[in-house]
Design a protein around this ligand. Structure first.
Ligand SMILES: [Zn+2]
Length: 197
């Protein structure tokens, strides 16, 4: 008797198993307010784009609090440090937030396109923000580990090829996500490529 473990021979498609979804802090857990969906639009994920917050790290503040503060800021019109006025957004601009301790918080639900103060269209982008100013502050190992887990999962789940995993500065005039995150991107893309092959 011949045994074969290739399931495609039995007439159903071979789907590679997804890498594990990392543990995330849900919107309920951080006390998210409802999104204002009138200001948002739906999209389909085709890119993964990395950001940093560009503000000083707050290792003593809980992720729950950081996300609640970010949502408050996001949903109101506000003056930016640059002097520009930012309009009210429907929700936090990013889909995931990685705090200094490596915890991952769920921001805007993935089915809704994100927002930006810069000149690019984030439609189709899964937006991940890493806490800190990653030119001058540390890019913590715990943050890197979470970034890899999250990107490997999202890339597999939404079939995003490595070439569409980039930093914010690849699309717009900005220093975001900082040199330390930009240096990590080639390795991150390789990890995704290895996982696909
Ligand atoms: Zn950015």
């Amino acid at each position: 008797m011949l045994f074969c473990d290739d399931p495609s021979l039995y007439g159903y498609p071979v789907l590679p198993a997804l890498p594990p979804m990392p543990t995330v802090l849900s919107r309920v857990a951080w006390g998210a307010k409802a999104p204002n969906v009138a200001l948002m639009h739906r999209h389909r994920i085709r890119f993964i784009t990395i950001h940093h917050t560009g503000t000083p790290q707050k290792p003593l503040m809980l992720l729950e609090r950081k996300l609640a503060n970010l949502q408050l800021f996001s949903q109101r019109e506000d003056k930016l440090a640059s002097g520009k006025t930012k309009p009210a957004w429907g929700d936090v601009p990013y889909h995931f937030y990685i705090s200094t301790d490596g915890r991952i918080g769920v921001g805007r639900p993935l089915e809704w396109a994100g927002d930006t103060n810069t000149e690019y269209d984030p439609t189709g982008h899964a937006l991940i923000v890493i806490e800190g100013m990653l030119d001058t502050e540390p890019f913590f190992e715990a943050q890197k580990k979470s970034l890899y887990e999250l990107v490997l999962f999202l890339a597999a789940r939404y079939e995003v090829p490595p070439r569409r995993i980039k930093g914010h500065q690849d699309y717009a005039e900005t220093d975001c996500p900082g040199s330390k995150a930009m240096e990590e991107l080639p390795r991150l893309r390789r990890a995704v490529a290895n996982r696909r092959s």
